[in-house]
Design a protein. Structure first.
Length: 365
């Protein structure tokens, strides 16, 4: 009887062990599923941020805030080398500590981490100690993980997370953190082209207008405030002739006068740039094609019937002055927010470049 009881108890214990093991597996699976869902949510938020009409720096700051919120990170700082120096792109740490945080690449304990492209975990054992890289601060951070960032095997900076509790990251899932780090790199890689555009925007000497690059940076932010807009590209078709037969100085004057006239006759939320050479672009933000047709007809007629002269101060006979009548050829297209603005412009440019030299019209393409 005793033997039977023992056997029953053994079977019951084994059953409980198996049951508890299965429960543990289910809980772990549930946690993993939740983590995957959370990671997917973060990635979706990242992608949404990339698509927003904001500057690169604003996007990186928003991404850092997403990390802090979604993963309940106490302190998170993203530092990027801009080619000349290290700069903090995003951080929720008080600015008085930024000099230390953007100099971590010089700290011995992090040099190996950068060289080997591996994360580095540092912590203290009690509240009386401080982390080796901390200079003027004492009680803010007690543990940290340093992640070097690479784009195509090129070191570009680092991401560091910190906690005010010693050993706070001892049991953290570093796999999840590596995924987050990879997402940060992906975002930085994606927005690097936008940053380049923001950096190379210049104003044209003669027209006083921004260059083509402005359209894809600041200009797009203005245009994409509306669902649809009308994009107009026009070409001064006889500019080369004016440069050749009269002078390049007169050609520059033509560009200047046309630009000044249009600038003074369009709304502030319209984007007007010198696209390339004799071609210009006006983005009528939030306006349908039907709403700009009459304006373009009027402006075309006004400009083409105005003789632009080289020396306006000369009080002699107008007919004797050196000058020229510009000839303009227009194309207009509808642009939809979120689609390829560059594709619309390329199509218009191709049309204007292949049109008859004598064509002077307004063509909807």
């Amino acid at each position: 009887m005793l033997i039977v009881t023992v056997i029953v108890l053994i079977i019951a214990v084994i059953g409980l062990i198996i049951y508890n093991f299965n429960i543990h597996k289910k809980i772990q699976t549930y946690k993993n599923i939740n983590q995957k869902i959370n990671n997917l949510s973060v990635v979706q938020d990242f992608m949404g941020t990339i698509g927003e009409t904001s500057t690169v720096d604003q996007k990186i700051k928003k991404i850092n805030n997403i990390l802090i919120d979604k993963y309940e990170i106490k302190y998170s700082t993203i530092v990027v080398f801009n080619g000349a120096e290290y700069e903090i792109k995003a951080s929720n740490v008080d600015e008085r500590h930024w000099d230390a945080l953007k100099s971590l690449q010089s700290v011995d304990m992090f040099k190996d981490s950068i060289a080997q492209a591996t994360p580095k975990y540092v912590t203290v054992n009690n509240d009386k100690e401080r982390l080796p890289y901390q200079q003027m601060e004492f009680g803010r951070a007690k543990s940290a993980i340093f992640f070097p960032l690479y784009i195509d095997n090129v070191y570009i900076g680092y991401w560091i997370i910190e906690s005010g509790t010693p050993h706070d990251f001892d049991n953290v899932d570093t796999t999840v953190l590596e995924v987050i780090k990879d997402n940060i790199v992906s975002v930085l890689k994606t927005v690097v082209h936008q940053k380049t555009l923001e950096s190379i925007v210049r104003k044209d000497l003669f027209s006083g207008l921004y260059s083509e690059e402005y359209l894809y940076a600041e200009g797009r932010k203005i245009i994409d405030q509306y669902t649809t807009s009308t994009i107009c590209m026009f070409k001064i078709t006889n500019l080369e002739e004016i440069n050749h037969k009269c002078s390049r100085e007169l050609g520059n004057k033509v560009i200047e006068k046309i630009s000044d006239y249009i600038k003074s006759n369009i709304a502030d939320h319209y984007v007007f740039v010198r696209y390339m050479g004799p071609k210009f672009v006006i983005a009528f933000s939030g306006v349908e094609i039907s709403g700009v047709a009459e304006y373009l007809n009027d402006i075309k007629e006004k400009i083409e019937n105005t003789k632009i002269v080289l020396d306006e101060e000369d009080n002699g006979d107008e007919s004797e002055k050196i000058g020229a009548f510009p000839r303009l050829n227009f194309t207009i297209s509808t642009y939809y927010k979120g689609t390829g603005l560059e594709e619309v412009l390329k199509k218009q440019e191709t049309y204007l470049d292949n049109a008859n030299i004598n064509e002077s019209d307004i063509t909807n393409i």
